[in-house]
Design a protein around this ligand. Structure first.
Ligand code: ATP
Ligand code: MG
Length: 426
């Protein structure tokens, strides 16, 4: 019988790789907590129309990449391709805006897009993102960018670059759109097929094309920055000054766009030169028009999302996933000893010591080998003699030192035991 394999574009994250994932999550959780962001968890599937309205029908994501199906009640549902739409739906549905002031939210989880799988591009992948809702202040833009930078730095990534642009307000973009279409129309036949369609549906997105020929044609295209109104320009200059003040350097990239009507002003990406074609590890922007578009009150907002697979790939270039280290490995042999070993292991766990119990019943020699391989700091040994005397042999695996101790005394002073483990674990 052929065995069943994981679906194309999905990956198992195995125990040997989980260390980096857990490290990223705990760093992010800690940093976001300090910045007073609260976690929100929304469902993995939603009504299809949420994404059609919340991401836009003219985008690749909605047009080509969604996992959409009818459920048994004939409702059209979609596995979430990104996090913002669900968070905004929840924000409106639960009246989080009515709580006044600013809401700072973050999320993490699996996202689904029907794409061609490559390194750093999967069909089920994971994002971590933030949304800051209820402020149009430039400091909100600077804050979310600073937090993204802080997370990436803290997990140990270097050589990342922040690319920044302003796409102005709806009227700036209308003028720019006309200029861009006027420039591109004579080249229409030479554009890649997607860009040809976008010329009428969503011309700003052409700037995002990965086709080399289209990119060459775009070389002389007008820049959005020439179409910013004085107010939009002032806002953008202020953001640049705030970022400089925070010590965050950025590269102006007038090609960076979010080609939808409800995106406004700030857009940014954080890229790594170390990832080949899948260079962007974090992407975000201001979406002042989205909440009304989804039926909520006028609410300015900004957010970003990071692709966790790409962060893990970068970390793997730097170091192996941190190994999990066990405090105690418990070996035992003989009926009474085995029963006592289970009890002892359980009380160690309850006291917060990471304890692995050997269940093999094999000869002591084999169990000791496994103890060594486990990376444990100490081995606890129970045989017939120890079971009889209610003692246990404590062996420090680094030095080989070994002594007997009454089982009842092992946890008499947990703090001291913890200190011993720390001293001996190097
Ligand atoms: P790309 O241009 O790489 O397709 P995108 O503009 O579609 O990216 P966003 O929707 O802005 O990506 O998502 C934010 C981040 O999520 C991306 O910068 C990337 O790190 C990650 N990401 C997006 N799609 C995938 C995917 N299919 N597999 C892995 N990570 C992804
Ligand atoms: Mg994409």
């Amino acid at each position: 019988m052929t065995s069943i394999q994981a679906i194309r574009g999905t990956r198992d994250i195995l125990p040997s790789e989980i260390g980096n994932w857990q490290m990223i999550e705990s760093v992010a959780r800690q940093i976001l907590g300090c910045a007073a962001y609260q976690e929100i968890r929304t469902p993995i599937f939603e009504q299809t129309s949420l994404f059609e309205r919340g991401i836009g029908e003219a985008t690749d994501v909605v047009g080509k990449e969604m996992y959409t199906f009818n459920d048994r009640g004939d409702r059209s549902l979609t596995l979430r391709p990104e996090g913002t739409a669900g968070v905004v739906r929840s924000y409106i549905e639960h009246g989080l805006h009515a709580q006044g002031g600013v809401q700072r939210l973050w999320y993490t989880g699996a996202m689904f897009r029907y794409e061609r799988p490559q390194a750093g591009r999967q069909r089920q992948f994971h994002q971590l993102g933030v949304e800051l809702l209820g402020s149009s202040d430039g400091r909100a833009d600077a804050e979310v960018i600073a937090i993204a930078t802080q997370i990436l730095q803290t997990i140990g990534l270097k050589d990342l670059s922040l690319h920044l642009n302003s796409i102005g307000d709806a009227s700036d973009r209308q003028h720019y759109r006309e200029a861009l279409v006027a420039y591109l129309t004579p080249f229409k036949e030479q554009l890649d097929p997607d860009s040809q369609t976008r010329l009428t549906r969503n011309p700003l997105r052409i700037l995002d094309s990965k086709d080399a020929n289209t990119q060459a044609i775009l070389g002389n295209a007008p820049s959005i920055l020439e179409y910013l109104s004085p107010a939009s320009q002032t806002r953008f200059d202020a953001l640049l000054a705030l970022l400089a003040d925070l010590g965050i350097s950025s590269t102006l990239n007038s090609r960076l766009v979010r080609g939808l009507d409800y995106y406004t002003h700030t857009v940014f990406e954080i890229q790594s030169a170390d990832l080949g074609a899948q260079a962007t590890v974090c992407a975000g922007g201001r979406y002042d028009g989205l909440i009304p578009q989804l039926g909520g009150p006028e609410t300015p907002a900004i957010g970003w999302a990071m692709g966790l697979e790409r962060l893990v790939i970068l970390l793997q270039h730097l170091q192996a996933s941190p190994p999990s280290s066990v405090d105690f490995y418990v070996v035992s042999r003989g009926e009474a000893a085995e029963a006592q070993a289970l009890k002892l292991a359980q009380s160690l766990r309850q006291a917060g010591f990471k304890t692995e119990l050997d269940l093999s019943r094999s000869a002591f020699g084999k169990q000791f080998k496994r103890a060594d391989r486990s990376g444990a700091t100490a081995c606890l040994i129970l045989g017939d003699a120890e079971a009889e005397s209610k003692t246990v042999q404590l062996k420090w695996l680094n030095s080989g030192e070994q002594s007997a101790i009454a089982q009842a005394d092992l946890l008499a002073n947990p703090q001291q035991l913890r200190q011993q483990l720390t001293q001996r674990s190097t």
